[in-house]
Design a protein around this ligand. Sequence first.
Ligand code: NDP
Length: 323
Amino acid sequence: MRAIVVERLGPPEVLEVREVPVPQPGPGEVRLKVETVGINFADVLAVAGEYLTRTRVPYTPGMEFAGTVDALGEGVRGVQVGQKVTSLGGRGGLAEYAVSPAAALIPVPEHFTAAQAAAFPVSYFTAYHGLKTLGHGQEGEWVLVQAAAGALGTASIQLAKALGMNVVAMASTEEKLEIARQLGADVTLLQDDPDRVQKVREAAGGKGVPLILEVVGGKRFQESLDMAANRGRIIVIGNASREQANMRPVELMKRNLTVTGLWLTSLMGDQEATRDAARALTSLVGSGRVTPQVGPTYPLAESARAFQDLLDRKTTGKVIIEP
Ligand code: NDP
């Protein structure tokens, strides 16, 4: 079968298409005929060797993919060959076939396209955990969503609005802000607006925002502290700037701020949090209030271009690759 293989870590150009053996599902695993793969910023960082965990090469990227169950490993129950599923926590998705733990499969809502199925798990579970599980967002509260037209950003706006929250959305271009407005953002601001700190504080009644989903990091992190309301909660979800932030803990004391880290991979091990998120998301998806925003779609052979476009901030919604 054809698969992307990374033999050395580096920029997206290290992604190469190779012929490799079809993987066999181990005990408790299933094999999928992959239709669509959702590409996350984490994939770009992992290939660059800059992710939270060490990337071992050679490997095939792709942690989020949708398709049809094609073979069952030993001991798998409750999953049928031929079933349409999406996987959160599988491996090697950028290939014609990939394996996933059966426990990591999520049934695909009937009205989702294959691309929407692959665009769903990472962004929506992360957004839910940021807004609710760790962020404790309440109806009527303001939340700041950065990189608002991206995969996580669009998911966060949709979920926040569906949960009755008010959204300040930030992004780098007017076109991206228009996407945020169409999804219901109440206030939109360019990331480089010279008065952004003051404008965010004013949007939330002059007091600053009580909840911030922080994905840019670097020197922008200090700004997030400045934009937060007293007793504000800043959920650190990403570091898209790839820069180090300087934070003096006394800054937190002055206004009773809380900074909480969120990593979906480790939260997936929390069965109660995962079950609660799944229940809430299933209900919102069923009510039609949550529709994954599909971005540009590329064939497997153009995976390097897909990764580069994501890195260059050229994409909106979830980047999809079709093996
Ligand atoms: P996106 O589709 O949001 O794409 C990344 C976006 O980051 C860009 O479009 C860009 O939006 C923004 N960005 C801001 N500064 C930079 C910069 N210096 N270089 C490049 N991009 C920049 O990707 P994802 O939805 O996959 O991820 C968004 C963020 O959330 C990432 O930081 C990612 O690591 C994090 N994340 C973390 C998870 C976790 O478990 N902790 C799970 C999922 C995502 P703009 O041009 O508008 O600024």
